[in-house]
Design a protein around this ligand. Structure first.
Ligand code: 4AD
Ligand code: MG
Length: 430
């Protein structure tokens, strides 16, 4: 007998199969049990009729608590009333392990309760949908770079120095020396780009963000491409082509999941290149006419990004942020060094920054001065400065945060549901 899985149930029509899963819910009429069996790929109704069942198996199904692990044998039948188009006429039923009373019920639970039970909450339909979209986004990211001449070259997670400022570092002891969890693979990417041309790294990154927001995690996944012989303009072109591709793949492959999430897909269908490109100064002017009191020269807060992105029907690229609010490695605009060749891609519908990047400083002297001005220890950056000594070239890249992208594409109000086990402020369990 074949083992069937719910998301490929159509190919088993008319056959007797074995299903293995968990009892998500059940309803009973006394003579018939309607068992909702969830196998990880989907949920299917299995109909167990008393007259056709083994007596003690029918009784076991009657007693079986929600979320017990079970095995069902039955024939797959087409059924127009089923949301998936099929049901199973069950003949055998076995409890693998009976569950204790399940803490998550269909009633509305508070978020704190659900987060404490994240290990069980993952079994819900909504969480399934989100994490399947996440998996597709990750596959699309890899496909885009693999198919466009970028080499995957992963960067270390244990690092001796800061990349994105010293205030969000997770410090640890490395055999008596200070080390940090990586904030970004970028600096190493710059070395591998000089070795391989176009590269990307893709892995977990860490920031000890001391504020609670709906956009920040302490641990998040970032994909970072880096290109030798590329400037800010080329960087923007790649970023928009890449992002439009990723959204397109989700629309092609995950319609069902987006429907479960009740995501309005119209705004996603509008994610087409080119994206509007807005100089930081023009963005500030627009913000002020729409109620923000942002002072000139400030970085955008979440609220500013929300206001700005609601003015457009697709992602926007804000470029030339003030040098003072960006990282040490940003190349200054040669015509106006108070602004730098940076860019952020802000997602529409109020979501805000999903990509940050820019053109890197390629001059040894300017970079050295920037490291000093940011009060970073030059010893830790000796190897990085070497890249400017041995064949320095204009180069650029960016980082896309996977979780913010998932939140946006799925239309979620908060980032906590975009990763199986989110790491948030002062919260590391489960
Ligand atoms: O803008 P960020 O800090 O840029 C960098 O780290 C660059 N070194 C990347 C590069 O050029 N190679 O972070 C990039 C992206 C953000 O746009 C955002 O999507 C995500 O990483 N991100 C976070 N996501 C969730 N939680 C946080 N605490 C995040 N911090 C950044
Ligand atoms: Mg940023």
């Amino acid at each position: 007998m074949d083992k069937a899985v719910v998301d490929r149930i159509a190919q088993f029509e008319g056959q007797e199969v074995l299903l293995q899963g968990w009892l998500a819910a059940k309803r009973s009429s006394g003579k018939i049990h309607f068992l909702q069996v969830r196998d990880g790929t989907g949920t299917i109704q299995c109909v167990l009729v008393k007259a056709n069942a083994v007596e003690d198996e029918f009784a076991a199904a009657d007693r079986c608590p929600q979320e017990s692990s079970v095995e069902v044998v039955g024939v797959v039948r087409k059924d127009a009333r089923s949301p998936i188009g099929f049901e199973v006429d069950a003949s055998r039923f076995r409890v693998v392990s009976a569950a204790e009373p399940y803490p998550i019920s269909p009633k509305d639970h508070g978020t704190a309760f659900l987060m404490e039970h994240r290990h069980l909450w993952l079994r819900s339909r909504r969480q399934h949908a989100i994490l399947r979209v996440r998996a597709t986004i990750i596959r699309a990211i890899r496909d885009y770079f693999d198919n466009n001449g970028f080499l995957l070259v992963d960067t270390p997670i244990l690092t001796p120095a800061a990349c994105e400022g010293t205030t969000t570092l997770f410090e640890l002891d490395y055999f008596g020396e200070k080390a940090y969890l990586t904030q970004s693979g970028q600096l190493y990417n710059e070395a591998t780009a000089a070795a391989f041309g176009k590269v990307y790294c893709f892995g977990p990154t860490f920031r000890a963000e001391k504020s609670k927001t709906r956009r920040h995690l302490m641990e998040f996944w970032m994909v970072e491409p880096e290109m030798a012989f590329a400037d800010l303009v080329e960087n923007m072109r790649v970023a928009e082509e890449f992002l439009a591709y990723v959204v397109g793949r989700v629309l092609d492959e995950r319609r069902t999941e987006l429907a479960v999430l009740e995501r309005d897909i119209k705004p996603l269908e509008g994610v087409q290149a080119p994206f509007p490109r807005i100089h930081y100064r023009d963005a500030v002017a627009q913000l002020r006419t729409h109620g923000s009191d942002i002072p000139d020269g400030d970085d955008f807060g979440g609220d500013d990004e929300t206001i700005l992105t609601k003015l457009y029907d697709r992602p926007i690229i804000v470029h030339h942020y003030p040098t003072a609010v960006k990282a040490f490695y940003m190349k200054r605009d040669p015509d106006d060094p108070t602004h730098c060749l940076s860019m952020d891609v802000l997602a529409p519908e109020g979501y805000g920054e999903v990509i940050g990047g820019g053109q890197r400083e390629e001059s040894l002297e300017v970079l050295r001065a920037a490291i000093a001005a940011h009060k970073l220890p030059e010893e830790a950056f000796g190897w990085y400065l070497d890249l400017r000594r041995f064949g320095s070239v204009p180069h650029a890249g960016f980082g896309l945060g996977v979780e913010r992208t998932v939140a946006w594409i799925c239309g979620l109000p908060h980032i906590r549901e975009t990763i199986p086990f989110p790491r948030m402020l002062e919260k590391i369990t489960p």
